[in-house]
Design a binder for this molecule. Structure first.
Ligand code: IPM
Ligand code: SF4
Length: 467
């Protein structure tokens, strides 16, 4: 048999029919929906008088527009957002689709909820009308975002017309240095290969540095692969991934468990399987990274400076500098920030909150700075509260919020004022992403926590130890 990549194995096992050399009809094991990209799809389905073919393979979550203010009961004030949430509920009720609704205690960001409830398993194809569906590659599942018309097609048929991607492998060997995380690693990789560097590709991450990552750190990495243009990200499931899934999927027992384990053991790239593009990086090169500009690839070491606007990208670099109010050669370290945001499907899991708490413990948020933690889900929130992580953050002066996307893209009322500069654990630093005229600097949770206590961008490795 010919040697195949993990990506090819996943596509082959889900191909219903080959449509032409570039396209297949792909079966989708799980379809996640949010309030934002599903309404038109349901409307289209209803216009045609069609039903949802497999309601049990669909799950919906209210995540983007939800308010995150503390308090037991959440009311969506904005009429358009309230309508999106009520539409989602009506559509889910009508078709028998499970919904994590606004006041569900387990509500949260879709990409955090799905794995934490054992919905994502190695070998699955998971789709969602949301670009960060690549997150699930951390468990050896092929996840990717789809458009609204595709959502409609999936609802009706549980399949998708899928254009095959190219295979890219990114090997990272070595050890991540102390004070760095998979967020720094992925910012380094995107900075080096560029925001279009993995365009059209499904990226398989491998190497000793990847094997050493916790499953949560792998989510961060695969989540942000889309910021390099990737159409998917994969990590071959190992014992850590399988343990993570089994611990969250008590329904996998007996013969089913034996069969699942046997199948998962086949999910790796065969020796000699061809990749279209290969990159290699050394984990020892990773330092705390921050972005200075308006694209996730505009990332530099925290000890670095805003680069010179040379070459082909001169115009876009100058445009980014104008927006962020920074000039060529400006050092990143020491840049004052007015806001710190710890949240998003990239970095709002329990390990992220623990990392932030470890930095701020015994310190206080800098005067005049506003710092906010938005846990990724109700489950993460509760765990952080029971472990004391929440209290450490609250004692340090952080606002402790309800879960949701929040200031990752400011579709609710967590919006920055123009000109405000934010140290953010999110994944996109686009113009206006966190509020019109607001400036986003992407970084790890530990780095964001360090910025919160000093009031400026700070190398977390240099933070004075507390006596
Ligand atoms: C709103 C949604 C379509 C969007 C996405 O696809 O990623 C959002 O989640 C984002 O992060 O920008
Ligand atoms: S947290 Fe941010 S990146 Fe993730 S789904 Fe929500 S808006 Fe998109």
């Amino acid at each position: 048999m010919t040697a195949r990549t993990l990506y090819r194995k996943l596509v082959d096992s889900h191909t219903v029919v080959e449509l032409d050399p570039d396209n297949v009809l792909l079966f989708c094991d799980l379809h996640l929906m949010n309030e934002y990209t599903s309404p038109q799809a349901f409307a289209g389905l209803h216009d045609q008088g069609r039903e949802v073919l497999m309601p049990g393979q669909n799950v919906a979550v209210v995540s983007h527009i939800i308010p995150t203010h503390p308090g037991a009961f959440r009311v969506i004030q904005d009429p358009a957002s309230a309508l999106q949430a009520s539409n989602l509920k009506r559509n889910c009720d009508r078709h028998g689709i499970a919904l994590f609704d606004t006041n569900d205690t387990l509500q949260g960001i879709e990409h955090i909820i799905a794995p934490e409830h054992g919905m994502i398993r190695p070998g699955m194809v998971v789709i969602c009308g949301d670009s960060h569906t690549t997150t699930y590659g951390a468990l050896g599942a092929l996840g990717f975002g789809i458009g609204t018309s595709e959502v409609e097609h999936v609802l009706a048929t549980q399949t998708l017309v899928y254009r095959l991607a190219r295979d890219m492998r990114i090997r990272i060997d070595g050890r991540l240095p102390v004070g760095t995380t998979s967020k720094d690693l992925v910012l380094m990789v995107i900075g080096r290969i560029g925001a279009q560097g993995a365009r059209g590709c499904v990226v398989e991450f491998c190497g000793s540095a990847i094997e050493a990552l916790s499953v949560e750190a792998r989510f961060t990495l695969c989540n942000m692969a889309v910021e390099a243009g990737a159409r998917g990200a994969l990590i071959a499931p190992d014992a850590a991934a399988i343990d993570y899934v089994l611990a969250r999927a008590p329904d996998i027992t007996g013969e089913q468990r034996t069969a699942a384990l046997a199948h998962w053991a086949t999910l790796f790239t065969d020796d000699g399987a061809p990749f279209d593009i290969e990159h290699r990086f050394d984990a020892a090169d990773v330092v705390p990274y921050v972005t200075w500009g308006t694209s996730p690839d505009q990332a530099v070491p925290v000890t670095g400076r805003v680069p010179a606007a040379n070459g082909e990208q001169r115009t876009s670099l100058l445009q980014a500098m104008r927006y962020t109010g920074l000039a060529e050669g400006t050092p990143l370290e020491g840049l004052p920030v007015q806001h710190v945001f710890i949240g998003s499907c990239t970095n709002a899991r329990i390990e992220d909150l623990r990392a932030a708490a470890a930095v701020v413990k015994g310190r206080h948020v800098a005067p005049g700075l506003r710092a906010m933690v938005v846990p990724g889900s109700g489950a993460v929130k509760r765990q952080a509260e029971s472990e004391g992580v929440a209290q450490v953050l609250i004692d340090a002066g952080f606002e402790w919020r309800q879960p949701g996307c929040s200031m990752c893209l400011a579709m609710n009322d967590d919006v920055l004022a123009p000109g405000q500069r934010c140290a953010s654990t999110t994944n996109r630093n686009f113009e206006g992403r966190q509020g019109r005229g607001a400036i986003t600097h992407l970084m790890s949770p530990a780095m964001a926590a360090a910025a919160a206590v000093t009031g400026h961008i700070t190398d977390v490795r240099q933070l004075e130890p507390l006596a």
